[in-house]
Structure formats: structure tokens, C-alpha cells
Design a protein around this ligand. Sequence first.
Ligand SMILES: C[S@@+](CC[C@H](N)C(=O)[O-])C[C@H]1O[C@@H](n2cnc3c(N)ncnc32)[C@H](O)[C@@H]1O
Length: 310
Amino acid sequence: MIGLCREAGRDPDEVFTGAGYAPEPLSAEERAAGDRGDAEDLPGWLLPLWRQSLGSEAAAVAEAMGRRAPVWLRVNPLRGTAGDALSLLAGDGIEAEAWPDLTDALRVTAGERRINGNRAYLEGLVELQDLSPQLACAALPLQEGDRVLDYCAGGGGKALALAGRQPGLRLFAHDAEPARMADLPARAERAGTHIEQVSQPKGVFDLVVADVPCSGSGTWRRTPDAKWRLTGDMLEELLRTQGEILDKAAGYVASAGCLAYMTCSLLAPENDDAIDAFLARNTRFAQIARHRWTPLTASDGFFMALLKCN
Ligand SMILES: C[S@@+](CC[C@H](N)C(=O)[O-])C[C@H]1O[C@@H](n2cnc3c(N)ncnc32)[C@H](O)[C@@H]1O
């Protein structure tokens, strides 16, 4: 609302007066938080970092963050094919099209509000998941029988995507806040798989996925308020947590196994810088791949680095 006032050429203090039904007067912190930086519609303090992180794409990506995000579905091969999903969806007037580079990713073009009542969703044939995490999971090396640890599992979106990609995985889910995994057993059952929840992972794993807590800057078109809530202190705290998680997760990777680091952020300190620093202090690991997706290629902003343990 502060930003809207400024955009309309009004001084927010004329609106935030506390008089009658008007909102309370602004604190100094609120006034600073609403300081919009330039045409990118981003907080002023963040603008240099955004530009440094995105280079020549900075303005275009910021502009794309102001548009409505498409809805994406992931087809679960354990339950059927993309063709099966498309015909079940069509039964409820839901239109979707497969993404050419990943045919199990369906972009919904009409009827998205009916998805959670549709049979394809209720029977675990499709899950809601943005394109970029689907592309990231599709890029991970998997073999039948692999032990896979989803170290920051939350609702289990990544573990479920991996279960669908390679049958016969032994999947384990961990989260510092186990309550976040409460829905995972039901989701796994719906998807036709099993994911074991662990409070303390035991042994080592062929693949460890660290989908770390982050600023969420890649998904700001879905949560536009989040960019105004983020502060420099919060970002610093996130960077510390991300480094700690990387080091912890690395300890669970088997020799010749892989560590996949993921964020839904576009900010370099959370992505490239975090991985560069990790590789500098962990000579056991070498980089295999690094990808960044932005809304300029249809998906949310997302980052993935795949590292191999010697
Ligand atoms: C981005 S979310 C994970 C989303 C999830 N992978 C998905 O696809 O639905 C990050 C998760 O990391 C967890 N987390 C935060 N700090 C952690 C830590 N130190 N160790 C492990 N998990 C942590 C949070 O509780 C949160 O559930």
C-alpha cells in the first residue's frame, strides 16, 4: 500500500494518519521498507543485488515477476501417462499442454481452479509443481536401488518427483521441523510410493537433495508481498543457514554419490556464491552441473547445483 501511494504520487503519511478509520502512522522501518527502487518494482536496498545477480536480464525478469504465474502439473509415471492425465483433466474442462522438453510437465491453460477436484489429481496421477523444480529433478542422476535423502523435505515435493522418475529408489525424508512433513505419508500413498521419514539420517546416500530455505525471490510473482517483507538481516540469516545445511548435507553423501543444492531464489549470494564458497572449503566435491531458470523461460526462478563427491 505504501508503494501504491508513492506510485500514485501521494505521500503515504497523508494516508497512514491513524485518524478515524485510517491505518496507524508509519514507523521509520515501514517507511524505509516501502522505498521502491526504480522501474523494477523492487525494494531499493535490494535493487543493486538484483541487478548484480541477473545482469542484462535484471529488468526483464523483474518485469516478469509482476505478471501472473502459470499453473504447472507434474505427471506421475507411477500412476499413468501424460496422455491419461490430459484426458482425465479434459473431462472437467481443464486444458493443458505438455512442455516440449519435459513431456511430463503440463502447463494448464484453462480451468485451473477445478484441478483439486479432478480424478487425475485425486488419484495421484498429477501433482501441482512448477516447471523449474521439475526440470531440476529431471537433471539428477538416479539408478534403481539408490538411497536418496531429501534433507529439507518439507511437504516432500522433490522426493515425490524423484519417486516418479526412477522406480525402485529407497527414499528418505528429513526436515529440521518434522511437522512440515505431516502431509507426506498421504501424498506418497496417493502417488503410489513410500518415503521413509527420518529425524536423524543414518549412513550415507547415493544422492542427497538440499532444497534449502531461501528468500523465495524466484517465486515473487506468486507472493509479491514477500519481496517487501524481506530485509537485509533476514537475507544474512538465510545465507548462514544455507551454508550450514550444505555442510551438514555433504556429510551424508556416499563416496561417488551426489549432492544437489536447490533454491527458489535468483539472488547470487544464495546460489552461485554459496556453491563457490562450499566448493572452496570442501575439496571432496566437484561440480557436475549448475542451472538457473527464470520466468523468462516460463518457469519460476530456480537454481540447482549438482556436485559429486570423490
Ligand atoms: C524450501 S523448503 C523445502 C520444500 C520442499 N523440499 C518441497 O519441495 O516441498 C525448506 C525446508 O527446509 C527446512 N529447514 C530449515 N532449516 C533446516 C535445517 N537446518 N536442516 C534441515 N531442514 C531445514 C524447513 O523446515 C523447510 O521445510
